[in-house]
Design a protein. Structure first.
Length: 539
């Protein structure tokens, strides 16, 4: 089988046009093409009047060797790579009586796939999570959004599915993936109920409602393979002796013997970071970003990105990626879009009392009125929070507390129109863009809850972005604060064996440990770390 990349066809092409393009590209007779299937579809919208669909396809030919021989130096005609997943180790047929089972802390994407790989390899993992199963957790999350009632252990950040459950469900990443582990992730998602198109779309997404049922299906598989879950079981302490982990102490009162623990707590497990640091586990500060969610009507973004083709069913809701390196008073700062959610909503994402945090969410349909994205400024430990490994956590908390006060001390979020931010005045009325954040937006001046360098950076970057996407810096565009949970502010550093630098048996993983950013990269990291644990146990 051969893989042909970069086949370009016009938007709205006939169904048989792709087969014709394959025959033309390979210069073969139609009868030589036995079968073909799409493995990737993207779009090229650089020319808005002539948007192209860009395909990669796998083809079976009558004489593949002869065809491949005619394209020896063509990077777009190559043998189809092997993308199937094979376990690196399987559980021993017998284990000593009372031997501890591998433990996974955290039921987000990283922990979920770590547990799944271990279960599929016969290791019967125990997965512990401080939150609740996903359906109960969803009810608690709606409690904050609709009634302003926060459950500290069951919310947007904590519980089955992790923070990615209440997001756009993006399933793409720019990380290098030579083993095609991302394909394993997507294949498991499809088996759990995701639409098959995520296997072929260049930028696949699922949306919150579909993620809920998928997570439940994957949990059922883990349990059927001998895995076990502990809900509402926060890890409150770790037993370490001689530089090795021996047991976990859970909030339920249980002491859980453990010699192989995958730590995948998510980026908001601040008390867990503090506990590990106090216990002597190596923790260091890492860069992250802060800012706001910015909203525009989705129709504005569609027209700016797709021109006269906006609304075409093969394109869907338009997304964007923006970045600007500041040169003025905010020189050295970078402003960029983060977690862009087409046709979605801005949601409350706090996990602590008296603090406001925003995030973005979309359903599978991406049919809500507004587009929203994080608009954030990168910050660095050495420059912005040099006072120890947990200083970034305290910076986040300070900004979130200030946002709570600026929003009226009621979990409403502070908001400001782009025109008012550029002019340096508080907002007092809404314009053409209605904010989507629930429990609500209180118009004010975002300078009350963001550092001056962030405001300066936004003032430089917004007009630049407006030249790239028409209407981006429209005076009525809505900015809602604060976005502080872009990534973990710490890294629980690990070595090449995936174990903590100074605590054998502890395997930091995923976004909370500082090794991923987003659903797909976190899931891939979970697979890698599970493999390291499996190899260690199997000997």
């Amino acid at each position: 089988m051969l893989r042909i990349a970069d086949l370009r066809l016009p938007l709205g092409h006939a169904p048989d046009a792709l087969a014709d393009a394959i025959v033309c590209r390979l210069d073969i007779v139609p009868a030589a093409l036995i079968e073909w299937r799409v493995v990737r579809r993207a779009n090229d919208a650089r020319r808005k009047s002539a948007i192209l669909l860009v395909y990669s396809v796998d083809v079976t030919l009558a004489d593949e060797a002869a065809v491949l021989g005619r394209f020896p130096d063509d990077p777009h005609v190559r043998p189809t790579p092997e993308t199937g997943y094979r376990p690196v180790a399987t559980a021993p047929s017998t284990t000593p009586p009372g031997a501890p089972r591998p433990v996974v802390i955290g039921a987000g994407p990283c922990g979920l796939f770590a547990a799944l790989i271990l279960a599929q390899s016969g290791f019967r993992p125990i997965l512990v999570d401080r939150g609740k199963p996903v359906r109960e957790r969803t009810k608690d999350t709606w409690g904050l959004w609709r009634r302003g009632v926060l459950n500290l252990e069951s919310n947007v950040q904590f519980g089955e599915g992790g923070a990615g459950t209440f997001s756009d469900g993006k399933l793409w990443s720019q990380i290098k993936d030579p083993r095609h582990l991302g394909r394993k992730v997507l294949t498991e998602f499809v088996a759990a109920g995701a639409p098959a198109e995520i296997l072929t779309e260049a930028h696949p997404h699922i949306g919150t409602f579909r993620l809920v049922t998928m997570v439940e299906a994957m949990r059922a598989q883990i349990v059927a393979l001998g895995g076990e879950y502990r809900w509402q079981a926060r890890v409150d302490d770790v037993e370490i002796a001689g530089g090795r982990l021996h047991a976990l102490h859970l909030s339920t009162g249980e002491r859980l013997a453990a010699t192989h623990v995958i730590l995948a707590p998510g980026h908001s497990a601040r008390d867990t970071f503090a506990m590990l640091h106090a216990a002597g586990v190596h923790v260091e500060a890492k860069p992250f970003s802060i800012g706001v969610r910015i909203e525009h009507p989705q129709s504005w973004i569609d027209r700016a990105r797709f021109g006269p083709c906006a609304g075409h069913p093969d394109l869907g809701a338009a997304a964007y990626t923006l970045s600007h390196h500041c040169t003025g008073v905010a020189a050295g700062r970078t402003v960029y879009s983060f977690c862009m959610c087409p046709g979605g909503k801005v949601v409350a994402a706090t996990s602590e009392v008296g603090r406001v945090v925003t995030n973005g969410m979309s359903q599978y349909s991406r049919a809500e009125f507004n587009a929203n994205s994080g608009l954030v400024v990168g910050i660095d430990p050495a420059r912005d929070y040099p006072d120890g490994p947990l200083a970034g956590v305290e910076l986040q908390r300070a900004l979130e507390s200030a946002a709570y006060v600026a929003g009226g001390s009621s979990y409403a979020a502070p908001g400001q129109l782009v025109g008012d931010l550029l002019a340096g005045r508080p907002s007092t009325r809404l314009g053409a863009v209605a904010p989507s954040y629930a429990p609500g937006v209180h118009l004010t001046d975002l300078a009350d809850c963001l550092p001056a360098f962030a405001i300066d950076a936004f003032r430089e970057a917004l007009p630049v972005f407006g030249r790239q996407i028409a209407g981006y810096d429209h005076p009525d565009a809505m900015m809602t604060g604060v976005e502080t949970r872009t990534s973990s502010p710490v890294r629980i550093t690990r070595g090449r064996d995936f174990q903590s630098l100074n605590t054998a048996g502890l395997y930091p993983a995923g976004e909370g440990a500082g090794y991923a950013g987003g659903i797909l990269s976190a899931a891939i990291d979970g697979i890698k770390v599970a493999e390291a644990v499996a190899l260690s146990i199997a000997g």
